[in-house]
Design a protein around this ligand. Structure first.
Ligand code: HAM
Length: 418
């Protein structure tokens, strides 16, 4: 029978990489705590309509990439392709505004998009997202950008660029869209079929096009940031002023519109040259109309989400250390020593050390080999002879130094060595 593999575009998260995932999630939660974002967990599937209305039926995500199915009750459900619409839905459904505004929320988890898999692009990928609902001022836009950078800096990712743009609001965007459409009308027959469709239905999506033959025309398109209403213009200026105030360098990117329809005003992406073609570490922006689109009262929102796989790609390529630390590998020789090792491991674990040992009787050299392979900091060797004398041989692996230590002071010895 042919072996069954995981579906295309998905991946198993295996040790030792799984330890990096846990570490990464821990770092994200620590950053969230320092900025006081609370965790929210929404279902992995939602009514398809949520994404059609929230993300926009003209977007690639909704048109081409959703995993949509009818359940046994005939409802159309969709595996979530992103988190923001679901967070806004939950905010409304549970009246989170009653807890006080703004609501600052964090989520972590898998997202599903039927995309062509390649390095850094999966059909099941994982995002961490930060969302702020109920605050419209530029300070909050800057806070979420700062959160994103705090995560990457804590991870030790140094090479990145913050791309920034403003795509205006309900009042100034229609004027800009008319200009954009008009500017592309003379080139319509030279644009790709997708762009021809976008030109008629949702011209902002033209600027998302990756087709090389469309680029020379799209490069001539007018810039949304040059056609903002006074309120949007001052908001955008304030975002830039505050980013400079916190010494966060950014680059204005007039063609950045993002692939989801809910954005208003600020949009941003953090890209890294260490990522290859799929170079977006994270992306986000303001979405002041989303809650109202889903039936709530007008509530401003802003946030971003980043791909965990992409952050990890950089960490793994940089050769980040195996993050499953093993403090002590206990080597035991003989049945009595094995039992003593069992008791000793309990004592050391209670003191907070990570301890491992062989489950069966093996030779000294084979146990030492395992200790080496697992990168143990210390190997503690107990043979019949040591047992009789109440001592153990402690080998500090990195230094290759071996010391005899009384079993009664083993813990203190390991502690003083740090
Ligand atoms: P997005 O740009 O579609 O935005 O996705 C956010 C991030 O998820 C991307 O920057 C990328 O790192 C990662 N990502 C997206 N698709 C894939 C994929 N197929 N494989 C691997 N990684 C991927 C959103 O989803 C918005 N909800 C972000 C947001 C939050 N805006 C406001 N709040």
């Amino acid at each position: 029978m042919e072996a069954l593999n995981a579906p295309r575009g998905t991946q198993d998260i295996l040790p030792p990489d799984s330890a990096l995932w846990v570490e990464l999630e821990g770092i994200i939660r620590r950053v969230a705590r320092s900025f006081v974002y609370e965790e929210i967990r929404t279902p992995l599937f939602e009514h398809s309509e949520l994404f059609q209305r929230g993300v926009g039926s003209e977007t690639d995500i909704v048109c081409k990439e959703m995993y949509t199915f009818a359940d046994r009750g005939g409802r159309s459900l969709t595996l979530r392709p992103e988190g923001t619409a679901a967070v806004a839905r939950a905010y409304l459904q549970h009246n989170l505004a009653n807890r006080g505004l703004p609501q600052k929320l964090l989520y972590l988890g898998p997202m599903f998009r039927y995309e062509r898999p390649q390095a850094g692009r999966f059909r099941q990928h994982h995002q961490f997202g930060f969302e702020v609902l109920g605050a419209g001022c530029a300070l909050v836009d800057v806070e979420v950008i700062t959160v994103a950078i705090a995560v990457y800096r804590t991870l030790g990712i140094q090479r990145f660029t913050v791309l920034l743009n403003s795509i205006g609001c309900r009042s100034c965007r229609p004027v800009y869209l008319a200009l954009l459409r008009e500017s592309m009308t003379p080139h319509l027959d030279k644009l790709c079929p997708d762009c021809q469709r976008r030109h008629a239905g949702n011209p902002l999506r033209l600027l998302d096009c990756k087709n090389p033959s469309c680029q020379p025309f799209l490069d001539q398109a007018p810039h949304s940031a040059d056609h903002l209403c006074p309120d949007c213009r001052s908001h955008f200026q304030e975002v830039q002023r505050l980013l400079s105030l916190v010494a966060l360098p950014f680059q204005l990117e007039p063609r950045l519109v993002r692939g989801l329809d809910y954005y208003t005003r600020t949009v941003f992406e953090v890209t890294s040259p260490d990522l290859g073609a799929q170079n977006a570490l994270c992306g986000g922006g303001r979405y002041d109309d989303l809650v109202a689109t889903l039936g709530g009262s007008p509530t401003p929102g802003v946030g971003f989400a980043g791909g965990l796989e992409r952050a990890l790609l950089i960490l793994v390529e940089r050769g980040a250390a195996n993050l499953t630390p093993l403090d002590v590998y206990l080597v035991h020789l003989g049945p009595e020593a094995q039992e003593r090792a069992l008791l000793l491991s309990q004592e050391l674990r209670q003191a907070g050390l990570a301890v491992d040992q062989s489950y069966d009787a093996r030779s000294l050299s084979s146990q030492l080999k395992i200790a080496n392979r697992k990168s143990a900091r210390y190997t503690v060797i107990i043979g019949e002879n040591e047992l009789r004398r109440g001592v153990a041989m402690v080998r500090e692996m990195a230094l290759g130094q071996q010391t005899e230590v009384a079993l009664s002071s083993l813990l203190a010895h390991l502690r003083t060595r740090g």
